[in-house]
Design a protein around this ligand. Sequence first.
Ligand SMILES: O=C(O)C(=O)C[C@]1(C(=O)O)C=C[C@@H](O)C=C1
Length: 98
Amino acid sequence: MSLPAVAPNDITSLRSRIDAIDAEITRLVAERRAYSHAVQASRLHRGGPRTELARERGIIERYAASLGPTGIALANLLLTDCRGTLPHSPAIARGVRA
Ligand SMILES: O=C(O)C(=O)C[C@]1(C(=O)O)C=C[C@@H](O)C=C1
């Protein structure tokens, strides 16, 4: 991974790049959650189960291949976040947060 030209001792510039990356990551996590909820809602609508463990295993394997053990932890966190209560679910209506 090569970095754009930033003086190595320019901590302010380096941190501002980190902050921009974090903002992008959190935006992508929210976008991923929305797509994940759409897939889960579609599956439920067709009478299927809400989760699909074979698909989750494939995702975890991809993260592991890219990032090693940290990737496994990250994939599990993402899947937990994306599996949360669907916006239209009765649990939400009762005020329960997954
Ligand atoms: O890809 C799917 O089938 C999804 O429902 C999305 C997703 C995910 O967030 O990646 C969420 C729940 C499933 O158990 C598997 C994967």
